[in-house]
Design a protein around this ligand. Structure first.
Ligand code: PEP
Length: 251
């Protein structure tokens, strides 16, 4: 049997954090020692803190990622940042296709695929988010929706070192509600099957994170589910103690 991929616990700070928040990163780094042997840790601050956080985390067992990138390496795209720029300021990863980007910025699957490929082009890890809405779940269309997102947004090449999938049910993000372990297991098995069918050599090693209202109190149960290879954490990643409390599930 293939060995399970090394887990990853990534924090998505969204549009939160000022210079003073560097203290939280320092506290995460201080607490990372007991976890780093078992799992990767990552913090994804807003773009304004990326270079600063990358400098603080240099040499520490905490990766730094961005929350979005443009698909092009450079050009007349006011306000955007490219994957190459993220790499240039020390970032090692980028989240693409988060449901908030898909909803507020009308990002569709082809746009997300282009961003994932841009991330890989720049040598970054792409954390590609997929997830169904409440209406889709209630209609029994969860797997249909996820299959469509995977078909439309996965990059051409499946490489476990540079691609991570995050399953984030939209209705679980920031709501305090999570799917039950059996539901998470069903979805993660489906994603694993899809990835493996698409690429029998790369697919089995790709990390599939669960995201949506992960907290220290529910992390152990969610992260113990088969084919859950870590978590993408929003609100609870803003406080070092909570973030480390989640990652401690692997300690
Ligand atoms: C997210 O937005 O990626 C997320 C998982 O948020 P939260 O943990 O706050 O539900």
């Amino acid at each position: 049997m293939a060995t399970a991929p090394r887990p990853l616990v990534a924090g998505n700070w969204k549009m939160n954090g000022l210079s003073a928040s560097a203290g939280e990163l320092e506290a995460i780094i201080a607490g990372a020692a007991g976890i780093a042997a078992e799992a990767d840790l990552m913090v994804c601050p807003p773009a304004t803190l990326l270079a600063r956080f990358a400098a603080i985390a240099r040499g520490a067992p905490v990766l730094i990622g961005a929350q979005d990138c443009h698909a092009e390496p450079a050009g007349a795209f006011t306000g955007d940042i490219s994957a190459e720029m993220i790499a240039d300021c020390g970032g090692q990863a980028v989240i693409v296709g988060h449901s908030e980007r898909r909803f507020y910025h009308q990002e569709d699957d082809p746009a997300v695929k282009a961003k994932a490929m841009a991330a890989m082009r720049a040598g970054l890890i792409a954390i590609l988010c997929i997830g169904e809405t409440k209406q889709e779940r209630d209609a029994g269309a969860t797997l249909v929706r996820l299959e469509k997102q995977l078909q439309g947004s996965l990059p051409e090449r499946l490489d476990a070192a540079s691609l991570v999938i995050a399953y984030e049910p939209v209705w679980a993000i920031g709501t305090g509600v999570t799917p039950g372990p059996a539901d998470v297991e069903e979805v993660h098995a489906f994603i694993r099957q899809f990835l493996t069918a698409r690429d029998p050599s790369g697919g089995p090693g790709i990390r599939i994170l669960y995201g949506g209202s992960v907290k220290p109190s529910n992390a152990r149960d969610l992260l113990a589910v088969r084919n859950v290879n870590g978590a993408l954490v929003g609100g609870a990643s803003l406080k070092a103690a909570d973030f480390l409390g989640i990652a401690a599930a692997y300690a």
